[in-house]
Design a binder for this molecule. Structure first.
Ligand SMILES: Nc1ncnc2c1ncn2[C@@H]1O[C@H](COP(=O)(O)OP(=O)(O)O)[C@@H](O)[C@H]1O
Ligand SMILES: [Mg+2]
Length: 363
């Protein structure tokens, strides 16, 4: 079993009557890249601040490597926090910024030198060691902030939307770098973000939060392929939500159709309401009378009509009106074909299908 870095045990944080964090239970392994993901105001920062020691839980316990720390002040915890607005000392150079904490702790000079040099190498800033903070770009400033935390060699690094201030392109690049650095140093990262793509691409595991609670915790694939409820299915990517009734034998009646749903738990009884979801990228659309190029054997199919089409560059997003009632969104990836013979027309009659395994059952 993996060694445990953090245990959050029944933690609640109230501000007066308001419940910011509501009975959160999480176990985070050593060396894990763990993300807290959720919309603004769901309690991510508050959870992180309790791990850092800036806030005290109203109820529950926090253990770092098995030791209860609720009463341990921030500077006595072996954790470091990187904030979104990384305040650097503008008058100091990069080295001075990174060395600041170690100097204050009266670390021997020679040790400071090697540790600062190591940290700067890790974030690829050795060549800017003598630059003043004020001369750096956004991405470089972010790296200094990271080096400043890593130089302390914490057990756990807490990162609160650290890439939030960067533009999209730099952000994507820093995501890859940050993940590489985490692998290299092997420190446990607890990463806060409201960006689902960021969480999916970087994390070993994700805890999805809503209204102070953890609604689902699991590996990125698990969260994406098997969202536990409507909130998760909607927050992580987009989903087609379908309301139906269980029919027994792994089938669900939706409108005029009986859908095969292999994932339907056996405790659903005939007539029970079921909510299912299908990801737009799993929905195939074919011309009627075509030799079924995209509709594959084993797919469940219905007839429909193209109601609207949005060109996205990487593909088309089609809104389909089903003959049996209701609408579905399909995301059609642009393919390798040089000549596109898929010029869909609004109003065109089509066949719509998906593999039954791609029907996700939400609770
Ligand atoms: N010191 C505080 N006093 C009162 N309410 C707070 C305080 N800190 C946070 N909150 C509230 O708790 C909720 C969760 O906040 P926060 O953890 O910052 O959310 P997130 O980081 O997910 O956006 C928000 O509604 C916020 O307004
Ligand atoms: Mg926050």
């Amino acid at each position: 079993m993996a060694e445990q870095a953090i245990k959050i045990d029944g933690v609640t944080k109230r501000y007066g009557e308001f419940v910011a964090v509501d009975d959160v239970n999480l176990e985070i392994n050593k060396g894990e890249f763990f993300s807290l993901l959720g919309p603004s105001g769901c309690g991510k920062t508050t959870t992180l601040r309790m791990l850092a020691g800036f806030e005290v839980p109203t109820e529950g316990r926090i253990l770092l490597e098995g030791e209860p720390v609720e009463k341990v002040p921030p500077h006595k915890r072996n954790v470091n926090m990187v904030f979104q607005s990384y305040a650097l000392f503008e008058h100091l150079d990069v080295e001075g910024n990174v060395a600041f904490g170690l100097k204050r702790k009266k670390t021997p000079k020679a040790e400071i030198q090697t540790r600062v040099a190591d940290a700067l190498e890790l974030v690829d800033l050795s060549s800017r060691a003598k630059s003043r903070a004020g001369e750096l770009s956004g991405g470089q400033r972010q790296r200094v902030a990271l080096a400043r935390a890593l130089v302390n060699r914490p057990q756990v690094l807490l990162l609160d939307e650290p890439l939030g201030a960067l533009d999209l392109k730099l952000r994507r690049q820093m995501q890859i770098e940050l993940k590489q650095i985490q692998r290299e140093v092997g420190i446990t990262f607890v990463y806060v973000t409201h960006d689902q793509e960021e969480a999916l691409s970087m994390s070993d595991r994700i805890a999805v939060m809503s209204d102070g609670r953890v609604v689902q915790c699991g590996a990125p694939e698990e969260i994406y392929e098997h969202p536990s409820e409507e909130f998760v299915a909607g927050f992580i990517g987009i989903s087609n939500l379908l309301q139906g009734k269980a029919e027994g034998q792994g089938r669900v009646r939706v409108g005029g159709n009986s859908l095969p749903v292999p994932d339907l738990p056996s405790d659903f009884r005939t007539g029970d309401p079921v909510q299912i979801a299908v990801r737009p990228e799993k929905v195939a659309v074919d011309e009627i009378g075509n030799d079924n190029e995209k509709i594959q054997p084993g797919m469940f199919t219905v007839d429909g009509e193209i109601e609207s089409m949005v060109y996205l560059g990487v593909g088309n997003q089609l809104t389909l009106k089903l003959a049996s009632g209701g609408r579905l969104v399909a995301l059609e990836q642009a393919t390798y074909r040089v000549q596109s013979d898929d010029q869909w027309q609004v109003g065109q009659q089509v066949r719509v299908g998906w593999h039954p395994e791609h029907c996700m059952v939400l609770s």
